[in-house]
Design a protein around this ligand. Structure first.
Ligand code: GUN
Ligand code: ZN
Length: 441
């Protein structure tokens, strides 16, 4: 069994940093190493200690002076929108109708879905993202393409077939029964196969009839082991339309609550215009609000109020939301998150940012034992970051005086050019990803 010793400046979190000086929240090893065997972390610490645990034929990957972190995690994006990023000029509902519902129809063709799925996984990896939660299209074959591409790379990926039975073109509509049957079959096929995990995915209240919401409720009750994902309160016109379709609901959140969908495995994209009552309902159920800063700015949606989530005790995570989001990079995403919070007088420290992309998002998924940190026994999903990956960064970095400053520069100026290597279950993927990308162009 191959043993690999990954050497560099190792940073991993054990708790949410409560302030810039909360050094108890992370472990940092200036000359550090992660020993990996059989796809798992054997142990992490100072190189001098960890190297003693390695066998004689260990492969050493010396990444000094780069940073070694747990692989980044993206908790919400759309794999069929890979080629629809940067679609001009519209807010949510017009953008969906003009661009997205046109693009997603292409996924009726299995070959197209397979090609995009390969490219999608390679984009994630080249940005240092080793786990993501994605929507597939309404076509069951798109889910097969998605998990097949993830499996080929050994990635822990979460996803599901979007269910939508109204307010969309005919070619993108399923029926409540079809949505149920196909989701059931896909759960049986994929959930727990290798590293795959399934997310039951009613797109949002606007595109599901009450009958489809009932079917979603049945699916969630029958499969409490699966995730549930949808969208909530992203845009004012969306809220008015959704609540008009469900007049008995107290508010948008209550639509999902009435169908029993809120639970600690539920991820709700956006959550921008929620009342305190709605955030408290999320808090009570353990459901997670997903902050998608590049998307919220690009679609002109609004500003996620992180402090209100924290004050009311609700869970939240971060995500790219490609293709409303404009980048696969979690670094660029956190750069925009910082700005969105800053505009509202809220602080996001560099340590809190790197916590959120790793352990924070892993906790949001209930997967903190497996991913998001480099503790002994964790899956060896690892990213190596070069904080001088761009020339302007290298110049700026010369004046950095602390790890906090370095992380902030990395987040503010960095992108995929700063990803020196990425390991999936202990295997280096960066060079492989590049080859696959070139071949499929
Ligand atoms: N709401 C419903 N579907 C979508 C989508 O594909 N992207 C975004 N940003 N919001 C949505
Ligand atoms: Zn979305």
């Amino acid at each position: 069994m191959t043993e690999r010793l990954i050497r560099g400046r190792v940073l991993t979190f054990v708790a949410e940093p409560k302030g810039i000086d909360d050094t108890a929240a992370w472990r940092y090893f200036e000359d550090g190493a992660v020993l990996v065997r059989g796809g798992k972390v054997v142990d992490t610490g100072d190189y001098a200690d960890i190297s003693k645990l390695a066998g004689a034929d260990v492969e050493v990957a010396d990444h000094r002076p780069h940073l070694v972190l747990p692989g980044l995690i993206d908790t919400h994006l759309h794999f069929p929108q890979t080629q629809a990023i940067a679609s001009y000029g519209a807010q949510l509902l017009e953008w969906l109708n003009t661009y997205i519902f046109v693009e997603e129809q292409k996924f009726a063709e299995a070959a197209h879905a397979a090609a995009v799925a390969d490219r999608f996984m390679d984009e994630l990896l080249s940005n240092g993202t080793t786990t993501a939660v994605a929507y597939c299209s309404v076509h069951a074959e798109s889910v097969d393409a998605y998990f097949t591409a993830a499996e080929a790379r050994g990635m822990r990926m979460i996803g599901g077939k979007v269910m939508m039975d109204r307010n969309a073109p005919d070619a993108l509509r399923d029926t409540p029964q079809q949505g149920y049957d196909e989701t059931k079959a896909l759960i049986a096929k994929w959930h727990g196969r290798g590293r795959a995990l399934y997310a039951i995915s009613p797109r949002f209240a606007i595109t599901s009839t009450p009958e489809q919401m009932e079917m979603s409720q049945t699916l969630v009750a029958e499969h409490p082991e699966c995730y549930v994902q949808t969208h909530l309160s992203e845009n004012r016109d969306e809220i008015a339309f959704a609540t008009s379709l469900y007049p008995a609901a107290k508010d948008y959140t209550d639509i999902y609550a009435r169908y029993g969908l809120l639970n600690e495995r539920m991820l709700l994209g956006h959550c921008i215009y929620l009342s305190d009552r709605e955030i408290s309902a999320l808090a009570e159920s353990g459901a997670v609000g997903v902050f998608c800063p590049t998307s919220n700015l690009f679609l002109g949606s609004g500003l996620f109020d992180r402090d209100r989530f924290d004050r009311l005790g609700a869970r939240w995570s971060v995500a790219t939301d490609v293709g409303g989001g404009t980048s696969f990079s979690m670094l660029e995403t956190m750069d925009e998150a910082y700005k969105v919070l800053h505009l509202q007088g809220q602080r996001l420290t560099p340590f809190a940012s790197f916590y959120r992309m790793t352990l924070g998002n892993a906790r949001a998924l209930g997967l903190e034992k497996q991913i998001g940190s480099l503790h002994a026994g964790a899956d060896a999903d690892i990213v190596v970051l070069d904080s001088s990956g761009k020339s302007a960064m290298e110049y700026r970095m010369r004046t950095a005086r602390s790890l906090a400053e370095e992380l902030f520069i990395l987040q503010t100026m960095g992108d995929d050019r700063c990803v020196a290597e990425v390991y999936v279950a202990g295997k280096p993927m960066k060079a492989k990803g590049k080859r696959a990308t070139a071949a499929s162009r």
